[in-house]
Design a protein around this ligand. Structure first.
Ligand code: OGA
Ligand code: NI
Length: 348
């Protein structure tokens, strides 16, 4: 009997088999209940217009951001300043990349989470029991000059287009971190300073169409380990956010980005702002592309709650830790474990 040729990437595996392989089937009881989801009209999370963030109405926009961070952990932004052509270019090369021949894509393949540039599948195939319905390209992108020469050079426009997007995404992340600091009553530069030399990672997620979406996840419920995530998604729905114990669909809004608080901002804000569970559901009709920018502290940065947010009724929620320590814990624990943050509570 001929042995099946191993297909490291899901897109190639599914192109060949056309079914959900047993490696990707969740046990009963651990499957998405697709009927039990809130499909609210509109975004499902607050929609904030950033047009007036840098003008006389700044206070009002900052308050809207603060209240979204406190109650939802998620919001969408319009007039975010990233030019439409840059956004469109990013989505276009992302799609072109995942449509390259298998042999070309496999040049970037690695299952080592420590690699700064890699194409992989699922979440962490070295540790997880069931795989997720996703291929992804991960790129470190700040400082850009340290990494861009290692990025894929095919499609030919990849480096230029993705470099432009990641530079714009960083500028927006910094503006948001300033607004978030102010919304907490802190110095405008508080979060920017607290994150040391900074780092920026990008994932280009590719979710192929799935013949039976009720059996698997694009990504199971998880919280992002970084400080703030800026998510660009194409026109296909799939992201869902937990609110009041229910899953709420976050449907794409044209020209908007989804912003969410990650574990580091929860720690830095001493639990005032919440890193919220979210997941990705796949569908049988269309592929889906999303591009999260994970803005984070540099590995050596010591993360500690802002002193001004610690008092008698808000005791210190976390011991100081380095981001490197946190990040390694996150990748080792697996996506679905209890919150990684709980491992960093103060020792008494
Ligand atoms: C992630 C994530 C959401 C999406 O990559 O951490 O939550 O819509 N992605 O792909
Ligand atoms: Ni996420």
């Amino acid at each position: 009997m001929a042995t099946a040729i191993a297909k490291p990437l899901l897109s190639d595996l599914v192109a060949e088999s056309g079914t959900v392989p047993s490696s990707h089937i969740r046990p009963v009881g651990d499957r998405p209940d697709l009927a039990d989801v809130d499909h609210e009209s509109g975004a499902g999370i607050p929609l904030i217009d950033l047009k007036h963030l840098d003008g006389p109405e700044r206070r009002r926009v900052v308050e809207a951001i603060g209240s979204a961070c406190e109650t939802d952990g998620f919001f969408m932004v319009t007039n975010h300043g990233i030019p439409e052509a840059v956004v469109e270019g990013m989505l276009r090369v992302a799609k072109e990349f995942f449509h390259l021949p298998e042999s070309e894509r496999l040049k970037c393949y690695s299952d080592d989470p420590k690699k700064a540039i890699r194409l992989s599948t699922s979440f962490n195939v070295r540790t997880e029991k069931v795989s997720n319905w996703r291929d992804f390209l991960r790129l470190h992108c700040y400082p850009l000059q340290s990494f861009i020469d290692q990025w894929p050079s095919n499609p030919p426009a990849f480096r230029e287009v993705v470099g432009a997007y990641s530079t714009e995404a960083r500028a927006l992340a910094l503006r948001l971190l300033e607004a978030i600091s102010e919304s907490l009553g802190l110095e405008r530069r508080h979060m920017v300073t607290a994150m040391g030399g900074h780092a920026q990672h990008m994932a280009v997620n590719y979710y192929p169409p799935c013949p039976q979406p009720e059996l698997t996840y694009g990504l199971p419920g998880h919280k992002d380990p970084n400080a703030v995530t800026l998510l660009l998604q194409d026109g296909v729905s799939g992201l869902q956010v937990q609110r009041g114990g229910r899953w709420v669909a976050v449907n794409p809004v044209p020209n908007a980005l989804v912003i969410n608080i990650g574990d580091q901002l929860q720690a830095l804000s001493n639990d005032r702002y919440k890193s919220v569970l979210h997941r990705v559901i796949v569908n049988s009709e269309s592929e889906r592309i999303s591009v999260p920018t994970f803005y984070c502290p540099s590995p050596d940065a010591v993360v500690a709650p802002a002193e001004a947010l610690v008092d008698g009724s808000h005791p210190l929620a976390y011991r100081p830790f380095t981001y490197q320590e946190y990040y390694e814990e996150f990748w080792n624990m697996g996506l679905e474990s209890a919150s990684c943050l709980d491992r960093f509570r103060p020792m008494d």
